[in-house]
Ligand binder design. Structure first.
Ligand code: GCO
Length: 448
């Protein structure tokens, strides 16, 4: 059997709002998701993350379970509003304490933490001042990053600044389906720019403070885009879709530029005056790794440019198998993506910082037989292995997600976990996919 490298990270990933609950406990400030879930119709099934998995209470059991399942690494996020209730100035010691306990518990169990500083929990106070449309937010983020780093850098070797700035800006400020529910192309691009700027500012500070062992990076949601057919217009649409999701974020981070073709497209539709002299240099900081969150890929064709569709491209229906999100299962897309990022942006340490699938899981006789998820994970891990064989410096794989959780606008109804949560009793039940992973990880650990 072909093995993964011995130092490979076998990780599970979560985020704070999605699992912690304790939304108003111990001096935590309100974040934009606490506000958003209160709006009528914002969450499809009417649920919220007030309790979620109550990981805030059950974190010790959860860490034990991570250990039992053989995970070597755990990626989680800290909630800005738990640590700085107003987003700036005042620090809530009780909030820091929670993460201190969590990190200590992980280290006791020899599970290495990977900490994400922002998984969309913007303090409401900062949103009231304009949120990510306000340039100042990027500077407040850098202050907050520095504070958290100072507290935990000795115990946490892997740091992620921003998680999926495309989702935070596009869904939160462009389409209005995520918190804070704003809309418009200009809002999307302005928020995206400030998120990227915040990454650059924070990275510079963390690198200045770090000892040699800490690694810093960013996690981007990327996917592969293929023309749906051999029309030239479909090929061009695929290039634009790639620019919209991938290059608009990769290029500034790695090259210190926005892609020219996309600038031309956006300039026709809105003004880009958020972009100030020196910003792109600030965004292009050296990073130690890139986290790639991969779920699916798109086969696209050209479509009319509208306010909702600024790039004039749309995915077509395929006959590929689908998850409960209606996302295509396409593991080759992950292989192509890993190779492509390596070719276009240089060979560098990569992590699959999220990969997984939602299915309609049920507990039957105390078990969850989620064979489809185990297959999904298996196929995507095979893509990872193939990528490594092709020369990609892939260092780890983090399954999304460890626990079923609050899936944003879909609420509690979409289950991504390898561990099932009964949201009434909070009982944790590892699914068959968790046992499959447990055995897979064990099979990779050969002691010579
Ligand atoms: C992320 C992801 C997760 C989602 C997952 C499934 O940004 O890290 O959006 O929070 O739960 O991608 O949609």
């Amino acid at each position: 059997m072909q093995l993964f490298p011995q130092s490979f990270h076998w990780g599970a990933a979560t985020s704070s709002y999605q699992i912690e609950g304790a939304a108003f406990a111990d001096g935590k400030g309100k974040c934009i998701w606490d506000t958003f879930v209160e709006q009528d119709g914002a969450i499809q099934d009417g649920t919220d993350g007030r309790v979620a998995c109550d990981h805030y209470t059950y974190y010790r059991d959860d860490v034990k379970l991570l250990k039992e399942l053989n995970f070597s690494h755990y990626r989680f996020s800290v909630n800005w509003a738990r640590i700085m209730p107003d987003g700036k100035d005042r620090v809530n010691e009780a909030g820091l304490d929670f993460y201190k306990r969590l990190i200590n518990t992980l280290n006791e169990q020899h599970i290495t933490p990977m900490l994400t500083l922002y998984h969309w929990e913007l303090p409401q106070q900062l949103e009231d001042e304009g949120g990510w449309l306000n340039r100042d937010t990027a500077y407040y983020f850098a202050e907050y990053a520095e504070r958290v780093f100072r507290e935990f850098s000795a115990e946490v070797p892997y740091w992620i600044t921003q998680n999926e700035p495309w989702v935070a800006s596009r869904l939160g400020y462009g389409e209005g389906v995520h918190a804070p529910g704003k809309k418009g192309l200009n809002h999307f691009l302005t928020a995206a720019h400030h998120l990227l700027l915040s990454h650059g500012l924070a990275t510079e500070r963390l690198r200045a403070m770090k000892q040699t062992e800490q690694q810093t990076g960013i996690a981007l949601n990327l996917s592969s885009h293929y023309p749906a057919d051999d029309r030239l217009s479909s090929q061009e649409a695929a290039t634009r879709a790639d620019g919209f999701l991938n290059r608009w974020f990769l290029d500034p981070v790695y090259k210190g530029t926005y892609p020219k073709d996309m600038l031309t497209i956006y300039e026709k539709q809105t003004d880009l005056s958020f972009l100030q002299q020196g910003d792109l240099e600030q965004i292009q900081q050296p990073i130690d790794f890139l986290g790639i969150n991969y779920y699916s890929s798109d086969f696209v064709e050209s479509s009319p440019v509208t306010t909702e569709n600024p790039t004039g491209s749309k995915p077509v229906q395929t006959s590929l198998p689908k998850t409960a999100m209606e996302w295509d299962v396409y593991p080759d897309g992950l292989y192509d993506l890993l190779v492509r990022v390596t070719n276009d942006y240089g060979k560098q340490p990569l992590y699959v910082s999220e990969n997984g699938a939602a299915y309609r899981d049920e507990v039957v006789g105390g078990e969850v037989n989620d064979e489809q998820r185990a297959d999904y994970l298996d196929q995507h891990l095979q893509s990872c292995l193939r990528a490594i064989q092709s020369g990609v410096d892939l260092r780890g794989y983090y399954v999304w997600s460890f626990l079923d959780n609050f899936e944003w606008a879909y609420g509690l109804s979409k289950r991504f976990g390898v561990v099932h949560i009964d949201f009434t009793t909070l009982k944790r039940t590892p699914k068959q996919s968790a046992y499959w992973l447990q055995a897979f990880i064990a099979s990779q650990r050969v002691h010579s």
